[in-house]
Design a protein around this ligand. Sequence first.
Ligand code: DUT
Ligand code: MG
Length: 596
Amino acid sequence: MSNTDEKKPISERLRGLWHMLSGYRLLYVGALIAVAFAAVAKTSSFLVLRYMIDEVLLRDEIGRAVLLIALSFIGLALIEGFFTFLGGRLTARTAEGITRQLRDQLFDHLQRLSFSFHSKAQTGDLIQRVTSDVAAIQRFFGEQVIELGRILLLFGINFTALLLLNVELALVSVIIVPVLSIVSFFFFRKISQLYEQYQEQDARLSTVLQENLSGVRVVKAFARQDYEQDKFERENHSLFVRGRDLLKLHAYYWPVTDIVANLQIIAGFGVGALMVINGTITVGTYLAYAGMIMWIIHPMRGLGRLIVQASTGLVSYQRILNILGEPQESLTEGSVEPQGDVRGELVFDHAGFEYEEGQEVLHDISFRVKPGQVIALLGSTGSGKTTLMNLLPRFFDYTSGRITLDGIDLKAYPRKYLRRQIGIVEQEPFLFSRSIRENISYGVGRDVSEDEVIEAAQAAAIHDVIETFPEGYKTVVGERGVTLSGGQKQRVAVARTLLKNPRILLLDDATSSVDTETEAEIRQALDRLMEARTTFIIAHRIQSVMNADLILVLDKGRIVQRGTHDTLVNQPGIYQQIYDLQARVELELEREIAGV
Ligand code: DUT
Ligand code: MG
């Protein structure tokens, strides 16, 4: 995702974060107000303290006043406690709410990103952004911002109160603030940087883990556990180093600021004591000042700490923003508003396609398909068969020439409409860890009855297999349920497509992982499926393609031969070679079986 990892200036990120609060702003402002009340209550208790000492104790007017003062102390403590509690509740509500909102938004966005984004993005990295980066945002709003508000308020209120008591004292007690600010700023920049590296490394580790788990069969098959373990340990160690560096920096920061802050407090106490001796201030003022200076300096120390912590939130926000900034592919946009179903007439007119600019993988593809015809694509691996098919549902858009469907440019159709009209049985079908029934009825877009599901499964020659499972159609696939073989998965995928009943059918090697006998069964199902539908079929066995209306032989992204089986067999070229090869193998097999 490095291509999009540009950085927005901090002011813009802050504005973005403010925007993120939408829907919760009132609640959040309420939280801040509550925190302000709590801070005012705290400062007031220092003023009550001063009043008590100067006006009551020193003047021997005890009695009723003491009771009042005691009551006001208790009252202020209660008020502070209540508002602190209220502030906490409101903050938690906001933080939970916006992180839920953010996670939804991210998931939604990820669902709508293009094929090309997902084929390049690393799953582990994406998962990390939806989980750990969102958690950092949650801390940002749930703890850091509110704490920041509290600290600023405490500072502002106490400083104002001090100014009212004695201007000189007030100024003395903030003399250190510029120094603390500079130190904090320096650490803030450094820590942001380190944290960013930490998060990147964390993402790398997730990717290694995720890839390793997804590819666990390959790892085992090649006995590469040691290699993978080394790789993981290397990345893990690197994460450790970064985490350690981060902590080290924190470890420098705290003592430095602690020392500076404590010096300030001692100096403040000293100056205040001198003023009492000189008679500039009263003892009550001094005691109130002693309490308040704590609430001026501690916030300043905390401020640095918080700004540093909040910088992690800003980094995470940037990482999330980079995903949200990826263009979505519109599902509904299109210059035509098609009604009903397509007929399925396709024209490729010198069409070409490139995944990366300047590297064309399909060149000059021209052919016509009438509605209901069957087109077979044949060619060696990497020749562009899947790529050609992927142009039809607009997983990718062709980059040169033209493709029309029913006479209208393919790019004019909304993707959602096209994808409803087109059914795909993929090369490696994916099943969700849900029940078989749900997998078959996935994406049909309407309620389907049990009978329909069974009918589709029967047609796809998988019904009998499902019946043998302990819970039949309710059996959950994968992880906690049964594991299906490659061929069984393909047949479930065929059933799913049958049920969807699309006008155009794309079969990408739909029978690659089944034996010849099952293939014959599936082919019957497919033949039924192909009736009256425009069908593209990719297959490696001549038998699967020989009945096609048009066979296209691809080589390195070009059509090198075209025609029906009868013409192609009699033409020197790739098709004839494949045919000869397969016919010979079959003949030999027959001979062997016959025992000749
Ligand atoms: N290619 C990419 N990016 C992709 C997919 C494929 O650059 O996301 C390249 C790889 C290959 C060419 O495009 O050089 C055609 O790939 P395709 O998957 O279309 O080949 P195929 O004919 O379907 O091969 P196979 O029979 O192995 O499925
Ligand atoms: Mg392919």
